[in-house]
Every structure is written in C-alpha cells, then in structure tokens.
Design a protein around this ligand. Sequence first.
Ligand SMILES: Cc1cc2nc3c(=O)[nH]c(=O)nc-3n(C[C@H](O)[C@H](O)[C@H](O)COP(=O)(O)OP(=O)(O)OC[C@H]3O[C@@H](n4cnc5c(N)ncnc54)[C@H](O)[C@@H]3O)c2cc1C
Length: 472
Amino acid sequence: MTDTDVLIIGGGISGLATAWWLAQAGVSVQVWEADQRMGGKIKSHQQDGYLTERAASLLMNFRPEVAQLVHEAGLDEVKTRRTSQAQAQRYLLHHGQLQALPMRIGGLLTSPLWSLRGKLRLLLEPFIPAGGRDDESVSQFIRRRLGDEMLEKAMEPFVAGTLSADPDLASAGATLPRLTALERRFGSITAGVLAHKLLRRRTACSTDTFSFRGGMSTLANTLACTPGLQILSNRRVQEVTPCRHGWRVTATTPGGERSLSATHVIMATPAPAAASLLASLDKTLASLLGEIRYAPLAVLHMGLERADIEHPLDGTGFLTPRREQQPFSGNLWMSSLFADRAPQDKTLLTTYLGGARQPEAATWSDTRLVDESLHALTPLLGLKGIPVMVRIDRHSQALPLYHGAHLARDREISQQLHALPGLHVEANYRGGVSVRDRIARGRSLARHICTQLQTNTQGLSADTLISLPADR
Ligand SMILES: Cc1cc2nc3c(=O)[nH]c(=O)nc-3n(C[C@H](O)[C@H](O)[C@H](O)COP(=O)(O)OP(=O)(O)OC[C@H]3O[C@@H](n4cnc5c(N)ncnc54)[C@H](O)[C@@H]3O)c2cc1C
C-alpha cells in the first residue's frame, strides 16, 4: 500500500542504527541522506599517517544491545581497543598543573585533588534527603547531592568537555539521567550505586571503550552496507505530507525531484532541519524543535614529534575546569588512546575549543586556534617543538544543548507526535548525544515501529519481530 515500510530522513548514526535494527527484523527500509556520504557528524580522516575524527572519536559502551549490534554487524574483528597506557590515567587541570583523576570512588577519598572538607561532603551524600525540582540544573543537582568541589572539579569539566554544555543551564534529568534516576529510585546516589552493583551483577555488560580500524567512519560505512537496506545519498528532503496509508516524502536530487510513500517516516536530522520539515504540518511541534540550541565547536588536531613532548602522555588526556580559564575545554591524547592514530615516533593531540562555555573560540581563525592552544599546552605537556601536522574541523552546530526544561520539552514533542501517527523524530537531541545512546534509542524506536507494523499486518512475520529482544 506504500512504497516502503519505513523511510528514514538522515544518514547519521541515529538514522543508520535505527535502519540496521529495522532491517534485522525484516522491515523494508530506505535511508535518504542530503549529503554525498553517510555518517553525518561522524567522519574519520586519514592524512600523512594520522587518523583524525571530525566528531565522535570513541564509543564508550556498557549496553548489551550496542555490543550486539557491533558483533552482529561483523565489527568485532575491526574493533580497536584503548591501549593499556590510556587506561592508566585521565587528568584534570588543577591550579595550572595536570593532576591524575582518581579512577575509583575509593581513590577519590585519598586524592590530593579534593580538600578534606570536599571529601567529608562527599561522605554525607547518603544522608542528604532526596528532592530537588523537576527542572533542576546539573549544577544545582550536583551541588545539592555532592557539594561544590564535585561540581567544580568533576562535573563542570565533564559537561563542558564532553557535551559542550553549561552545567548551570543544562537540565540534570536530561544530562545525567542515570544519576538522577538513582536518587529517585534509591534516595541517594551512593545507595543506588551499591544496590545497582548487587542487582545488576548477573546481567551487566562491562564498560568497553573502543573505536574501529579506520576510525568511527567504519561503523557508519558498515551499517550503510547492511544487506536489505536501501541507502540513498544526495537526497535532501524538502517536504513530508500525509497520504492515504502513511506519509509522502519529497526530496531534491541531482537528477530532479523524487517522491516516495512510507508507512512510517523517521526524521533523524538535526532539530532545525526537522523543525523546518514539520513547519507546515504542526507549528507547535516545529516551534518546540526550533527551541533546541546547539553549541559551536572547533576541533584542532595537531601532530607532533614524540620526542618534542616531555609529558609521558600516559592516559586519555585532560579536561579543564572553567576556573582554570583555558582557551579549550579538553585535550585528548589520541595516539595514546589508540595504537593506530599517528605514525611511528609521532603524537596526535586533539583539542576542543568553543562550546557553550566559550562559543566565540569556535570562530577564531586557524592561526589563532593553533597559537592559543600551543601557548596553553606548552607548559602543561612540556612541548619543545612545533606541530608537524595541523588539521581543523569546524562545527557551527556541533552538539544539541540539553539546556533549560529539556525533558519537559521532549515530553511535549512526544505528545505532539501522537497526533501524527507513523511520524517519528529521533536524533541526538533526544535521549543522549553519544553513539552508544544513538544505537540504543534506535533499537527502542525500531521495536516500537515493528510492533505497529505487526498490528497493521503489513507483511511482517511475527518471527522476525521476536528477533529484536525486549528492552533491558
Ligand atoms: C566534536 C564532537 C565530538 C564528539 N565525540 C564523541 C565521542 O567521542 N563519542 C560519542 O559517543 N559521541 C561523540 N560525539 C557525539 C556524536 O558524534 C553525535 O551526537 C552523533 O554522531 C550525531 O548523530 P545523529 O545521527 O543524531 O546526527 P547527525 O550526525 O547530525 O546526522 C544527521 C543527518 O541528517 C542529514 N540531513 C539533514 N537534513 C536533511 C534533509 N533535509 N534531508 C536528508 N538528510 C538530511 C545530515 O546531512 C546528517 O547526515 C561528538 C560530537 C562532536 C560534534
């Protein structure tokens, strides 16, 4: 009755992962991508023996369904695990010096990074009554439960460095869903962690941090080659309109306009693109999506002679708390993280500038980005030489900011979508920006669509649906 069961608009990891799950269940799926290539933000680049990443550089996984996708897509053999030296340390800039961050809670209590007062405050956590407003910010939540030092030395640099967000504005529930859920369920984070450890012992998937040979693009390219999937690039969707049994999607292509009908349409584009596609269908929904702001980011990759760096680079890199007033939020030691990121005797350092904390830095000229970063890195790492390779990736809209009443807005988005059956909106501004969360959310959406298709008996066998295991 329609040309395809599902049409996915956008071939980033959100679209590709959802397509992969649907294809496993025997659903007919097409992915229409505006760009020439698949992967969206994810793009690995090889240059002079260096492997750089435009966006995601690693997958930090603790979810069984992500391990399942990696395994069943045949990617286990090309996984690149963190080197043992990268597992040794991660650093924090503290009073102008790089200090090793404790890797475990116990280590935190003996670390010189935390004052005695800060440590005592942490120990009080189980006795702090549960509470807090629904729209509490990350800063309010962490200050209330764990104190100022935990916010300044751990959470602020983490939120700025990995999400480009501002903890004073970021919604605690949307940004730290696991921590806020522990408080809700167990009354305190400490009680929740202990209970979780006991309860999950049998089913837990241990944390695995990895990339792939050839970089993160290997993941996107492999998913794009899934048998049974129809992946079409150079198709910029212009219009989505209701039709008799679903939705009609129209795109511009180099060969002219193309249209297709689908029972389900998934918008897996950034929020502004989804807002513009929905403007004529539902103004409220379009305006909710239009409220989502993005942070700009410049990603500076520098290759240096290993002999020109005094620091042992025995870790993943370091984050910079706001009070240290550095031009960047973090510096990753990519060639320490993964073995194949730089030529022999060379080092690859990746620095992130901009974000909600200092958006103007993302617009600096190439020369200024390099100069300011080198000026700051030289005393910290003991740099003695100049870079032998420089590459800069710029994002005007790097990551969606889960600022303000993000969860309430997300609930409203879901409610509005109820009035548009068969239309779905799913990308990194909903349910987590990480590649792990994108894969997991793709599976949940695929299951939901499979159930609906089964109800409508659109030629899908119940056996294939059973192959998508229940949510864990
Ligand atoms: C600098 C940086 C570093 C990061 N590091 C990590 C990391 O180490 N680990 C991690 O897990 N995550 C990381 N992330 C996050 C992660 O990379 C992103 O959240 C994720 O890749 C976004 O995927 P997406 O599919 O939701 O969106 P996108 O990748 O933005 O994909 C959306 C797609 O929709 C297409 N599109 C838009 N409009 C249309 C239209 N009208 N018609 C058709 N197609 C359209 C776009 O061309 C694009 O391909 C990082 C992100 C950035 C920016």
